[in-house]
Design a protein around this ligand. Structure first.
Ligand code: NAD
Ligand code: ZN
Length: 246
C-alpha cells in the first residue's frame, strides 16, 4: 500500500487543480451506513419504497423511518477522512469536493467548495404549504416521531435531497462537470461508482488528461479506470496523504 500512497502523494504535490469525488464510504467511519456492500442499507430496506420520489409521495413516513435509521444513530461528526480533505483544501492542494453524500459532513469538517450532487438534509420543505424547516429542528422531532408540518399538519415534508426518479440539480451538475474537466488529478473516495451520471466522472477526468486515484475499502471491479488504486479506509488513508503533502 505504501507504494501506492507515495504515487498518490506525488500526483497531488504536482497538481494544479486536484478535485475529489466522494461517496458514502467516506462517512462510514462516522457511523453512517453505506447503501451497498457488506451491511449496506439495501440489505434491510427497499430503495423503491424509501428512497424514490414515487415511494415518498405514497408514504413519506417510510422515508422518515429510514432517515432515522441512517442519520440519527450516527455520531454525525466528521471523521479524519473529511478533516484531511478540508486540510488539503486549506493547503490549496485540492480545489473542490464533489459529493454524492447528503450528510453535510464535508462542510462540518471545514471544506469550502463542496458540490452536493444529491442535495443535502440541511433544509426540509412542506410540499403542501411551502413552509421551510431546518434539519436540526426536524432531527429533534424525528427522535420521537415522524415529522408533521407545524403550520398545516401535512406529512409531506420533503428534504432537499435528490430521490431516485428525480433529476440532479442542473447548476451543481454543470459545475461538477466543469471541475472534473479542469482537473489534473481526480481522487475518488468511498464510492461503488454505480450511480450515474456521477459514476461517469472518473472517465471524463481521465479523458481530459487527469491522473485518477481510487481510495476504497473494497474492490469495486472498476479499478482499471484508475492510474492508482489504494485499498483502505478513507479515515486512515486520507490523513496520510494530507500529512505527506505538508
Ligand atoms: P455506495 O453505498 O454505493 O458505496 C460505498 C462504497 O464505499 C463501497 O464501495 C464500499 O466498499 C466503500 N466503503 C465503505 N466503507 C469505507 C471506508 N471506511 N473507506 C473507504 N471506502 C469505504 O455509495 P455511493 O457510491 O456513494 O452511492 C450511493 C448513493 O448513496 C448516493 O446516491 C448517496 O447519495 C447515497 N448515500 C449517502 C449517504 C450519506 O450521505 N452519508 C449514506 C448512504 C447513501
Ligand atoms: Zn405545511
Amino acid at each position: 500500500m505504501d507504494k501506492f500512497i507515495d504515487e498518490a502523494v506525488n500526483y497531488l504535490q504536482e497538481a494544479e487543480h486536484a478535485v475529489v469525488f466522494t461517496g458514502s464510504g467516506i462517512s462510514a467511519e462516522s457511523g453512517i451506513s453505506t447503501f451497498r456492500g457488506e451491511d449496506g442499507l439495501w440489505e434491510r430496506y427497499n430503495p423503491e419504497e424509501v428512497a424514490s420520489i414515487y415511494g415518498f409521495r405514497k408514504n413519506p413516513a417510510a422515508f422518515w423511518h429510514f432517515a432515522r435509521d441512517l442519520f440519527l444513530k450516527s455520531t454525525a461528526f466528521p471523521n479524519p477522512g473529511h478533516e484531511a480533505l478540508a486540510q488539503l483544501e486549506k493547503m490549496d492542494v485540492i480545489k473542490a469536493v464533489i459529493t454524492q453524500n447528503i450528510d453535510m459532513l464535508h462542510q462540518k469538517a471545514g471544506s469550502q467548495n463542496v458540490l452536493e450532487l444529491h442535495g443535502s438534509l440541511d433544509k426540509v420543505d412542506c410540499l403542501n404549504c411551502t413552509r421551510e424547516f431546518n434539519w436540526d429542528h426536524i432531527a429533534s422531532v424525528l427522535e420521537k416521531d415522524c415529522p408533521v408540518c407545524e403550520s398545516c399538519g401535512s406529512k409531506m415534508l420533503k428534504p432537499r435531497i435528490v430521490f431516485f426518479g428525480e433529476a440532479l440539480p442542473a447548476g451543481t451538475l454543470k459545475k461538477a462537470r466543469e471541475e472534473t474537466e479542469k482537473s489534473d488529478v481526480f481522487l475518488v473516495v468511498g464510492s461503488s461508482l454505480e450511480v450515474y451520471p456521477a459514476a461517469g466522472f472518473p472517465d471524463i477526468a481521465r479523458y481530459s488528461g487527469a491522473k485518477t486515484i481510487l481510495i476504497n475499502k473494497d474492490i469495486t471491479g472498476l479499478e482499471d479506470m484508475f492510474h492508482t488504486v489504494i485499498k483502505g479506509k478513507a479515515g486512515e488513508v486520507l490523513p496520510r496523504l494530507a500529512e505527506a503533502c505538508i
